[in-house]
Design a protein around this ligand. Structure first.
Ligand SMILES: Cc1ncc(COP(=O)(O)O)c(C=O)c1O
Length: 385
C-alpha cells in the first residue's frame, strides 16, 4: 500500500478541516445541547425566491448559463451595489458557487507560490486555508480590542513584508465588527499609496446594523486594486443554494473567469433566477431578517454583559465574540466544558486563527427561545465553576 502522505499534495496536507465544523461534529454527541455554532440564518428562503426557482425549473432554465452567469442577475447586482456606492457594471461581475468559490477563484487568479497575503486575525478560516492550498505565505495582521484595523501595525507590515494581497473582511465573521467611515478612509489612503491588492469579503454587507455601509470597494480611483466578493447565502438565507459573486475590474475579471470556468463552468442556473427575483422583490424580507437579528443581538449581548462577560456590541453579521480570558482556560477547553457541563455549543475562538484565542464565537442566527435557554444554561453553569 502506498504511503498516502507521499502522494497527497503537501499543500493539502498543510490544511485542516475547519474548526467550526470540527466543533459542530462534536455537538452531535450531545443531543440535548443547544448549538449556537452555525453561521446560517434560521429563516426560510423568501417565498418569491422559491417561486422563481420552481418556475425556472418548469421553464426548463436548467442548462449551463454563460460562465459569468445570467446577465439579468448581474445587472441587478450592479444596481444593488450602486445603491451602496460600489460601482461595478454587469460585465465586471461573475456569479460563483457561493462566496466560497469566489474567494478561491480570486486567490487562485492572484497568487504564485510564496506570495505574501495579509490576513486579519481573528477571521473567517477559509482565507488562510485558500492561501495555504496555493502555497502562498500568510502574514497575519492583528485587530484592536474592538476588532477594528490596527493601522499602525498594518503600515509597518506593508512596508516591511511587501505583501501582494490583503484581505479585508467586514462585517466580520466571527467578531460582528463593521468598517467605520474613518477606518475606510484610512484604509483607502494606505491602499492608494502602496502596491497592494485588496480582497474585500462583503458576504455580510446586507447585515450591517448602521444606516451607512462602508467598504473599500467604494473608492473608484483604486478600483484596479480592489476585488470584492459577495453572496446570497446570508442575505436571502439560502446557504445550501450556493450562490455568490465576484466583482473586479476587467483585467482581473478575465483572470478570475479562467479559474471559474475550469472549476465549475457556471453557478447553478435555477438559483441564479431565484436570486434575480430576490434582488427585485425580496429586499423587505432582508430588512425583516436584519431587524430580527438586531433584536436577538440586543438580547444576547445584554444577557452576556449581565453575566459579567466582556463583549463588544456586534454591529453586523450575526455573531458575538465575547472574551473568555478571565476564565483562565484555552478557548477549546472552555468550549468543551461549556458543551459537556452546560449543554451549550459555541465555537472556540481559536478556530478563527491565533487572534481568536481567548474568545468564543456565538452565532445568534437561532431563535429567541434557543438564545434564552442557552443564556440561562450558561448563567447557571457559571455559578458552578
Ligand atoms: C466571512 C465569510 N465569507 C464567505 C463565506 C462563504 O459563504 P458562502 O460560500 O456560503 O457564500 C462565509 C460563510 O460563512 C463567511 O462567513
Amino acid at each position: 500500500m502506498n504511503n498516502i502522505n507521499n502522494i497527497v499534495s503537501r499543500n493539502v496536507q498543510n490544511i485542516e478541516i475547519s474548526g467550526i465544523r470540527k466543533f459542530f461534529n462534536k455537538v452531535v454527541n450531545y443531543p440535548d445541547a443547544i448549538s449556537l455554532t452555525l453561521g446560517q440564518p434560521d429563516f426560510n428562503v423568501p417565498e418569491k425566491i422559491k417561486g422563481a426557482m420552481v418556475k425556472a425549473i418548469e421553464d426548463n432554465k436548467t442548462t449551463y448559463t454563460s460562465n459569468a452567469g445570467i446577465l439579468e442577475l448581474r445587472e441587478e447586482i450592479s444596481k444593488y451595489l450602486k445603491n451602496q456606492h460600489i460601482d461595478y457594471d454587469a460585465d465586471e461581475i461573475c456569479l460563483t458557487i457561493g462566496g466560497s468559490e469566489g474567494l478561491m477563484d480570486v486567490f487562485t487568479a492572484l497568487l504564485n507560490p510564496e506570495d505574501k497575503v495579509l490576513i486579519p486575525t481573528p477571521a473567517y478560516p477559509a482565507y488562510e486555508s485558500c492561501v495555504k492550498l496555493l502555497g502562498g505565505q500568510i502574514i497575519n495582521y492583528n485587530l484592536k480590542e474592538d476588532f477594528s484595523i490596527n493601522f499602525e501595525e498594518l503600515k509597518i507590515l506593508i512596508s516591511q513584508e511587501k505583501p501582494k494581497v490583503m484581505v479585508v473582511s467586514y462585517p466580520s465573521n466571527p467578531t460582528g465588527a463593521i468598517l467605520s467611515k474613518e477606518d475606510n478612509n484610512k484604509l483607502y489612503e494606505i491602499i492608494k499609496d502602496n502596491e497592494i491588492m485588496v480582497i474585500s469579503d462583503e458576504m455580510y454587507s446586507s447585515l450591517c446594523f448602521e444606516d451607512n455601509y462602508y467598504s473599500i470597494a467604494q473608492f473608484n480611483d483604486i478600483k484596479n486594486k480592489v476585488i470584492a466578493v459577495g453572496g446570497f447565502s446570508k442575505m436571502f438565507s439560502m446557504t445550501g443554494l450556493r450562490l455568490g459573486y465576484v466583482c473586479a475590474a476587467e483585467g482581473f475579471m478575465n483572470a478570475i473567469m479562467k479559474v471559474h470556468q475550469y472549476n465549475v463552468s457556471c453557478a447553478p442556473s435555477i438559483v441564479q433566477w431565484g436570486a434575480y427575483e430576490g434582488l427585485k422583490s425580496c429586499m423587505s424580507d432582508v430588512e425583516y431578517m436584519k431587524s430580527e437579528f438586531i433584536k436577538r443581538r440586543d438580547y444576547l449581548h445584554d444577557r452576556f454583559i449581565k453575566m459579567g462577560f466582556e463583549a463588544n456590541l456586534p454591529m453586523g453579521a450575526f455573531y458575538m465574540f465575547p472574551s473568555i480570558e478571565k476564565f483562565n482556560m484555552k478557548s477549546e477547553e472552555f468550549c468543551e466544558r461549556l458543551l459537556k457541563e452546560a449543554g451549550v455549543a459555541v465555537v472556540p475562538g481559536s478556530a478563527f486563527g491565533v487572534g481568536g484565542e481567548g474568545y468564543m464565537r456565538i452565532s445568534y442566527a437561532y431563535s429567541m427561545e434557543q438564545l434564552k435557554e442557552a443564556a440561562d444554561r450558561i448563567e447557571n453553569w457559571l455559578k458552578s465553576i
